[in-house]
Design a protein around this ligand. Sequence first.
Ligand code: ADP
Length: 451
Amino acid sequence: MFSKILIANRGEIALRVIRTCKELGIKTVIAYSSADRDSLPVRYADERICIGPGESVESYLNIPHILSAVEATDADAIHPGYGFLAESIPFVEVCEASHISFIGPTASNIQLMGDKSLARQTVKRNGVPVIPGSDGVVKSLEEAKEIAKAIKYPIIVKASGGGGGRGMRVVREEEELKSAVLFCQEEAKVAFDNPNLYLEKYLERPRHIEVQILGDSFGNYLCLWERDCSLQRRHQKLIEESPSPLINQRFRRRLARLALKVAKSVNYTSAGTVEFLVDSNLFPYFLEMNTRIQVEHPVTELVTNTDIIREQIRIAEGEKLSLKQKDVSIFGVAMECRINAEDPENDFLPSPGKITRYLPPGGPGIRLDTHIYEGYTVPAYYDSLLAKLIAFGKNRQEAISRMQRALEETEIEGVKTTIPFYRKVFANPQYLKGKYYVGFIETILENENDK
Ligand code: ADP
């Protein structure tokens, strides 16, 4: 058993990890930047240690500072949350070499799945369908042109090391290909230190459906079923729900089988997510695997009655999975809105600042994962996620009614938030029927602007 876990992250996910640790009787240390001094995770952790100033490279991404914090506080494990160092191979390797337990997958898991083009090749070899595209990295513009011609436009140019919706460009005709390749290469070099690109056929109006899996170090695997994350804006997720309103039990089992095949192909340990794009003929294609806890994990926790952070910790402690597949069924429906400090009236421009008024929602079926409080100042250094508003109901209708009520109840002032935007989505008849897809938001917004 771990006696003390250091959390190398901030915001709502840091608090989320602290909460499970408290329930498990494990002490916590929060490694924080000075910009987060007044944040809730810093208040709620058993111990706190400052690892540098606000700039991430000097704190949350600073490996030597984090390792010194582990040593100074005598912690025996690190939970990386998501983002920052959660998928950093050098970080995981140095933890492995220093005998500090990293609560997450192995460096080799991250290596094989973190490079998206390599992951495509690996899963394809194992019989999992991938979106038609390049066999690996494209080496020249000429090669890109040939592949694009073969798979037919529109195509999407993507960075092998990409993430967070960056390093991607849709190309509808050959004339646009050169500038897209140059753009993605530049962005990928700066953001991911890896200029490699690959190509995929661009699917029109697909659904993004992903499967949560768990693997322990004894070769046991578990599938916690799917989340539908098709409600996106500019390829960034905004609303997630489980189960997907699109699919039936048969398709669900098929996705689960494919996801487990992907996990087994790399001997995956810890929590991970296998993402698929599902086309209009209901054909699933592997998109990528995320080797970390995801922002949207709570919707799965609610419908499967599990604690994914707890399972991650148990697996890292060398325990076997506590559940058997036959014990994991789905009950009810859960939906999550990512409430960001952004101005939906102004192209979702980030809106950091002081929260002058805060009235959280509550009542039956509402869970709010957040680190904010009245008087808290949202720093400008980090992503703009303020809170995850999650509604649970025995069916989709009940979850929707609760989400609508909670969105009405919530009051956040001092910063702009995306709440007014979600109120609009939760009044859209097509969305409410579950008939949405990747690109739906752009279509609604465009229609509104045309009026
Ligand atoms: P990231 O790792 O940056 O999140 P992904 O490869 O997971 O990138 O893709 C993110 C989103 O981009 C998907 O959910 C989807 O909306 C869109 N996307 C990616 N590839 C394609 C594709 N081939 N066709 C259509 N949309 C795509």
